[in-house]
Write a protein that binds this ligand. Structure first.
Ligand SMILES: Cc1cc2nc3c(=O)[nH]c(=O)nc-3n(C[C@H](O)[C@H](O)[C@H](O)COP(=O)(O)O)c2cc1C
Length: 187
């Protein structure tokens, strides 16, 4: 079993298209979500929630989402429409991370939003620690107003990530990592 540090140092995102079954089991998913909810959260506001989209049950949602894309982008080609369908239809499991920002004199909005980002990051790390691949995506569906109704979002909620999870097919491309000397300074 690799150390926690080794896991953090080796995590990399596979392409969502390279994620295949099996998805995490229900027990593994429960553990992954528990880790996702264990993030810094100023004021214990729980400024996030998760919408689980297993492949087996999300067909109708994917069709509605694809239809929304088509009506919002009347000039889109069939290939572009299919790309949306494939993106959401393909992955074994998608966890939608919803940020919920509520007025709080002690907790600025950005802190609540950042906490939701941390939840996304914990999802990636927990999935990796269990031997799965995961990729944090947003894209059109995260930002389009049609997603409000489709995902049942309140006015103060927004989607900050669709975290695609599954078993990795093939080799993951290793993107170059930052030159630490360029991003670390001391004063
Ligand atoms: C908030 C957020 C949204 C992202 N959305 C997309 C996206 O829509 N499409 C995409 O190709 N990559 C997107 N990415 C990048 C991938 O998640 C991934 O992090 C990157 O390709 C590889 O980095 P990694 O190997 O360190 O995980 C997004 C990243 C972040 C942080």
């Amino acid at each position: 079993m690799p150390s926690a540090l080794e896991l953090l140092k080796t995590r990399t995102s596979p392409k969502a298209a390279d994620l295949v079954p099996p998805a995490p089991s229900e027990a593994q998913l429960a553990e992954i979500l528990t880790v996702a909810a264990r993030v810094p959260d100023h004021g214990m506001m729980k400024p996030w929630r998760f919408i689980v989209l297993p492949r087996e049950t999300r067909g109708p949602l994917v069709e509605k989402l694809t239809a929304n894309f088509r009506s919002g982008n009347p000039n889109a080609s069939d290939a572009e429409v299919d790309k949306q369908r494939l993106r959401f239809g393909g992955s074994p499991l998608i966890v939608t991370v919803v940020s919920k920002v509520s007025p709080n004199p002690k907790v600025p909005d950005i802190e609540q939003l950042l906490s939701a980002g941390a939840a996304c990051m914990n999802l990636l790390n927990a999935a990796h620690a269990m031997g799965f691949g995961a990729n944090w995506l947003t894209g059109w569906a995260a930002f389009d107003k049609s997603s409000k109704e489709l995902f049942g979002l309140a006015d103060n909620e927004q989607i900050v990530g669709f975290v695609h999870i599954g078993t990795v097919k093939g080799e993951i491309f290793q993107r170059p990592r930052p030159d630490m000397a360029q991003i670390v300074s001391r004063r």
